[in-house]
Ligand binder design. Sequence first.
Ligand code: DQA
Length: 148
Amino acid sequence: AKILVLHGPNLNLLGEREPGIYGRATLAQIDAALATRAAEAGHQLDSFQSNAEHVLVDRVQAARRDGTAFILINPAAFTHTSVALRDALAAVALPFIEVHLSNPHAREPFRQHSYFSSLAAGVICGFGADSYGYALEAAIRRLRADDG
Ligand code: DQA
């Protein structure tokens, strides 16, 4: 099946951006590891990053027609602000897992509300780059269960 990984604003800077919070892995390294693991499990993984809310909304809308079966999304700062991106996910009605490198619950109060969690199949946060890996394993299991 097709799995779409979406990364929100500033995640293009992973590796250099506040490494004490977000780790040393770059986005390219994270995406490459996810693509390898997905292929191993017989799936195809497409990754997409944007700093722009409307570009992410457009990409989610496109997922309705491109055969995407499951979405992993780290909405980054849009987690705490974007009704539009939440609405896009509700509109396409595809299952998704919300992913965060850090544990937003252990950080500033403004990070403790997510517009996505109540719509997500699940939320994985606090494990650095491994958060994405765990989310992918969960997606693979869910897709296997759907098959049969
Ligand atoms: C983040 C947490 C958000 O609060 C923050 O705005 C990010 C990254 C994470 O992966 O830990 O940009 O989503």
